[in-house]
Ligand binder design. Structure first.
Ligand code: AMP
Length: 392
């Protein structure tokens, strides 16, 4: 069976077509700058890579080209070969606790939850509608970033604010990156042949979050009501005292939206280092003796370590700490700095084994109190697997 995995953003559309008999990507790619000058698309697989400029006035244009190209490039012979389409949906509120087949009610709900994810859900809806128009008979599945975290107990997902805010407006921790944490838990459970693991899953990319997972169930996570909370990220601040917001508004004569933009887009590694949001640039700048880059790296590592320590206690111990996403999969130095700070818990790195990128591998030494693993994430495959399971 062939399943398409779709991640629609406000001006982009990412796709992967999977052959589910082998779990292999037949082709993947990206439509960029949709509705903006200079729009283009990329198609690639192990044999070729095409990058082409093309006018894309909306997502429907992107979907039309995507489907035409699949046949033109002979990836498939006809569109009938596409058995299902899985859509990443950022916010499913506390209503969607797992993936679902998309019908009119689901679509209505995703629109309704735009209130909670104003930048993401509307783009996801546009993607779903664009495919529905061209392939009305192909089943579509919604895979929610928030769903995996819906097993958190109430004492972990509530904020200690007036309870009526939760009742009236849904103010609570939702958590994000759920598709990735779910995939990682599935993969490490397979690798270790156990489904009763206590896992601390560190998704460290441009955005970052950590999840505490007990026997497959998320019990806590670092992102909150929005993805702004938790660890230090590329451009997001992570946790801050909310009183900073009115204070800075007054000092700099800013609107609340401007301060929120600064916390989302100008903070984190970028805000502190004043160099870059990319950890590769931070690592380079540190080598050149840049003090602020070093400070940013230390703050990043500390924020991760603090949450790992918290979750270690919350879980009552830990069987395995996993690293994934851009930084987690590639930054040998960052992994080493994090694990070294956990030595008081008896967690020890095998420095030689840690000299690796992008493959499933045990990184802990034999005498470590808990395993440490590198597990590359694959959110697209997870979306395709959920889609296949639901349409079968
Ligand atoms: P993601 O959001 O998962 O795509 O992660 C993107 C981030 O991963 C980039 O912004 C970089 O900070 C980081 N990254 C990617 N490759 C490397 C690398 N080789 N070394 C250090 N960091 C990397």
């Amino acid at each position: 069976m062939k399943i398409m995995s779709i991640n629609a953003g406000s001006s982009s559309l990412k796709f992967s077509l999977f052959d589910m008999d082998t779990n292999k990507v037949m082709v993947s790619g990206l439509f960029e700058r949709i509705g903006i000058d200079g729009s283009c698309y990329t198609f690639k697989n192990s044999e070729f890579k095409i990058k082409q400029e093309a006018p894309l006035k909306d997502h429907a244009d992107a979907v039309k080209i995507l489907l035409e190209k699949l046949v033109e490039l002979k990836i498939i012979n006809s569109l009938d070969e596409i058995d299902g389409i899985g859509h990443r949906i950022v916010h499913g509120s506390d209503v969607y606790t797992k993936s679902v087949v998309i019908d009119d009610k689901v679509l209505e709900d995703v629109v309704k939850f735009s209130d909670l994810a104003p930048l993401h859900n509307p783009a996801n809806v546009i993607g779903i509608k664009a495919f529905k128009e061209v392939l009305p008979n192909v089943p579509m599945v919604g895979v929610f970033d928030t769903a995996f975290h819906q097993t958190m107990p109430k004492e972990n997902y509530l904020y200690a604010v007036p309870y009526s805010w939760y009742e009236k407006y849904g103010v609570r921790k939702y958590g994000f990156h759920g598709t990735s944490h779910c995939y990682i838990n599935k993969k490490i459970s397979e690798v270790l042949g156990r489904d009763d693991l206590k896992v601390i899953s560190c998704h460290l990319g441009q955005g970052g979050s950590i999840a505490a997972i007990d026997s497959g169930k998320c019990i806590d996570t670092t992102m909150g009501f929005t993805p702004l909370a938790g660890i230090v990220m590329g451009t997001r601040s992570g946790d801050v005292d909310p009183s900073i917001i009115p204070y800075v508004m007054e000092k700099e004569d800013l609107e609340v939206s401007e301060v929120l933009t600064a916390l989302n887009k100008k903070s984190g590694l970028l805000g502190i280092s004043e160099v870059s949001n990319d950890s590769r640039d931070i690592e380079e700048a540190i080598k050149e003796g840049n003090e602020k880059a070093l400070l940013a790296q230390k703050m990043f590592v500390n924020s991760v370590v603090k949450y790992i320590a918290q979750y270690y206690v919350e879980l009552g111990g830990c069987d395995v700490i996993t690293f994934t996403a851009g930084i987690g999969e590639n930054s040998i130095t960052t992994r080493q700095q994090i694990i070294e700070k956990l030595s008081c818990l008896g967690i020890k790195l095998d420095v030689e084994a840690n000299n690796v990128r992008g493959e499933v591998k045990c990184l802990s030494s034999k005498d470590s109190s808990c395993l440490v693993y590198l597990v590359p994430t694959d959110e697209e495959l997870m979306i395709a697997m959920d889609t296949l399971a639901l349409i079968k």
